[in-house]
Design a protein around this ligand. Structure first.
Ligand SMILES: [Zn+2]
Length: 118
């Protein structure tokens, strides 16, 4: 399943996005909100990323939707992106529901391929 990886500008991350994301991250940090991925505090000097909760490839119209955005440390986001990509290559998506269980029916847990807690 080889797909062409577009560069950031081609994917819509142009000047407008960068200005929007910078402001969104500044407001997030000024409000004292922690990293959305590790829960640790963030500083104005932290290298942070603004992440789309619902992937843009699935919901491109939510690019600037504040309800679809979260701020995370760059290193946390990079690790999560790598995990997401690895899962996608194995045919499923990461993510859990409010019950803590994987939401994707294709996840190995939901296919009964890993040991469930008794
Ligand atoms: Zn973090």
């Amino acid at each position: 399943m080889a797909s062409e990886r577009l560069n950031p500008s081609q994917r819509g991350y142009g000047r407008r996005w960068r200005a929007f994301a910078r402001r969104f991250a500044d407001e997030w940090i000024a409000a004292g909100q922690p990293c959305a991925l590790c829960g640790q505090a963030m500083r104005s000097t932290s290298w942070v990323d603004v992440d789309h909760i619902a992937p843009l490839v699935e919901e491109p119209e939510r690019m600037f939707d504040p309800m679809n955005l979260r701020v995370a440390h760059h290193h946390c986001h990079a690790r999560r992106t790598a995990q997401d990509r690895a899962a996608a290559e194995r045919g499923y998506r990461l993510g859990v529901g409010s019950d803590g269980l994987p939401t994707d029916d294709a996840h190995p847990f939901n296919r009964g391929e890993v040991n469930k807690c008794k």
